[in-house]
Design a protein around this ligand. Structure first.
Ligand code: NAD
Length: 556
């Protein structure tokens, strides 16, 4: 098949569908894998808005424009293993000489010199076609749909249950905003931990998408209907998720007036972007979209004020007993800018629940079956359970995931694994490919939200023990470690999760194609990557990370 036939069949904008099966279109699996994963990121089953190349997280894109998508595809189809492709904010800009164990693609997205790192400057560059917002896994081609955040959300709610509700979330109500790409994982995670869930999104289409993929159970436009369903489910201890169309601020106000105080309260609207993400209070969706275009300055002002109001209600609910936490969208920062001076009176989810996992080098390990065959993922599920028979938590998760998660695009799986475990899992997958137990190679990757790959003072590195929250040497070292180790593609982004100016982070993906070369790369990358988390947290003074340095022989 030539390049034009390939585009016609797999990437005819906006109809993207990654090739399946074990036949190569590119010269090797090292280039076939990023090719399939880029196209998969844009598949309508996976991406929120393929027409605009938006994958998730407000405006997180996979490539700068449609010409760039085609050009990246053409290069990946033709490239050999002695070159690496450079991608600058979603646009291919050249090849460099490298070697078969080096990454095939080197990606830098949305990076700005710190003093220029504002949404305003970014938007100006974007309007001139010079940049794109890569979020985390959108621009680094390893987004796998809402499942990508599902286990992290499940772990977070479960830990919240253990910490505040003696491990039992039945008869407990979780309320949150946003039912989009990542935020849409909340309803399913909540029901998986046994809670009742009420989610609010201003855009009915977003909730419908979650209904189709079985991430949410019910949807209504009527507040009273939502409340009746919610209270009944809570009363009966039913794990049901309900999506209500509306503005989250308005709904929280009504809940307060009706004296309905959630047990757990958080938010995942796309607050990281006050202009192209959050929808201000008092506007219909259509009016808001119009204002975005006609008066962006006024829109942003309204957005910040609405976030201040929204957080004001969250703070009131916290006082009335809701366990309240920030869920990684920088809502507190923009609420503070909008006038809510006490916005940071509730903590972020990382210091509250996740940091101990980071100290063990644990983070969101994910993989996708390039064959496109769900059976391949079920095989990896089974083999992982055999590999870690003592890990009950993992076995429970994998068993439930198989039952409850509908795949989006190429079949994939996520589970949090730590130091030592990731390397074992990677080598196991390589063996499954080598012995033909799965039908084609497997791509292993992760979110940039990981133990040693991100500097984000309002999220992953909030409240570090030594105050080093804003030091971004760490993600740069992570990028270099994964490049040296031989990941298949690596990326360094700015602004993911919390928006431009607030974070820097690195991503990686590595392909298990069943070869010796892959085994060598997997051993290095899946050792180095979690080790970075242990180095980072040990250096900041966390005792368990210091012990882990000894345990995993990471000392000099
Ligand atoms: P998304 O853009 O796909 O979805 C956000 C949703 O919020 C949209 O459906 C939008 O309609 C809705 N929304 C906006 N303003 C609203 C309002 N006033 N009231 C009700 N709904 C409103 O984004 P996403 O991928 O779901 O990500 C959501 C946020 O979470 C982003 O800020 C993202 O950066 C952050 N995030 C957090 C994590 C984490 O691990 N905690 C991971 C990824 C993303």
């Amino acid at each position: 098949m030539n390049y034009l036939e390939f585009i016609e069949k797999y990437a005819n904008h906006p109809h993207y569908k990654a090739p399946r099966g074990n036949e190569l279109h590119a010269k090797s699996w090292q280039t076939e894998a990023p090719l399939r994963m880029l196209i998969n990121n844009l598949d309508a089953e996976v991406a929120e808005d393929p027409v605009n190349l938006i994958v998730y997280g407000g405006t997180g894109q996979a490539a700068r424009n449609t010409e760039a998508v085609k050009e990246i595809i053409r290069i990946l189809l033709e490239m050999d293993e002695n070159h690496s492709l450079l991608v600058q904010s979603g646009k291919p800009i050249g090849l460099v000489r490298s070697h078969p164990q080096a990454p095939r693609v080197l990606i830098a997205n949305s990076n700005l010199v710190p003093a220029w790192a504002t949404w305003e400057h970014f938007e100006e560059l974007k309007s001139r076609g010079l940049m794109m917002y890569g979020q985390m896994t959108a621009g680094s081609w390893i987004y796998i749909g809402s499942q990508g955040i599902l286990q992290g959300t499940y772990e977070t709610f479960a830990e919240c249950g253990r910490k505040y509700f003696e491990g039992d979330l039945s008869h407990k109500l979780i309320v949150s905003g946003g039912i989009g790409g990542m935020s849409g994982a909340q309803p399913l995670a909540a029901t998986m931990v046994g809670a009742t869930y009420l989610g609010v999104d201003v855009d009915p289409e977003r909730i419908k998408k979650r209904l189709e993929t079985r991430y949410i159970d019910k949807m209504t436009l009527d507040y009273n209907e939502a409340i009746n369903w919610t209270l009944e489910a809570k009363e009966k201890g039913k794990a049901v998720s309900i999506g209500l169309v509306g503005d989250i601020g308005d709904v929280l106000e009504k809940l307060l007036n009706d004296n309905i105080i959630p047990d757990i309260l958080t938010d995942q609207t796309s607050a990281h972007d006050p202009l192209n993400g959050y929808v201000p209070n008092g506007f219909s969706l259509a009016e808001a979209m119009e204002l975005r275009k006609t008066n962006p300055i006024l829109y942003k002002e309204k957005s910040l004020k609405s976030m201040a109001r929204h957080v004001g209600f969250m703070l009131e609910m916290q006082k009335l007993g809701s366990v309240t936490f920030d869920y990684g969208n920088n809502l507190r920062e923009f609420a503070q800018q909008g006038g809510e001076l006490n916005a940071f009176d509730y903590e972020g989810f990382v210091p509250k629940f996740i940091r101990p996992l980071f100290c063990d080098g644990k983070g969101p390990f994910r993989w996708a079956a390039l064959s496109g065959d769900p059976e391949d993922i079920f095989t990896t599920d089974r083999e992982l359970m055999k590999l870690f028979p003592e890990n009950e938590h993992l076995i429970k998760w994998l068993t439930e995931a198989k039952e409850k998660i509908a795949f989006q695009g190429l079949p994939s799986r996520i589970c949090w694994l730590g130091m030592g475990e990731r390397e074992k899992a990677g080598l196991l997958f390589n063996e499954l490919v080598r012995t033909g137990k799965v039908k084609a190679p497997i791509v292993i990757g992760r979110d940039h939200l990981d133990c040693g790959s991100v500097a984000s003072p309002n999220r992953e590195t909030e409240g570090m023990l030594d105050g080093s929250d804003a030091v971004s040497d760490w993600p740069l070292l992570n990028l270099m470690a994964n490049t040296s180790g031989g990941a298949t593609w690596v990326s360094f982004h700015h602004g993911g999760g919390v928006g431009i100016g607030y974070s820097q982070h690195a991503g990686m993906a590595v392909v298990a194609d069943g070869t010796e070369r892959a085994a060598d790369c997997l051993k290095r990358v899946l050792f180095n990557d979690p080790a970075m988390g242990i180095y980072r947290h040990a250096d900041a003074g966390y005792e368990t990370a210091i012990e882990n340095r000894k345990k995993f022989e990471l000392n000099f």
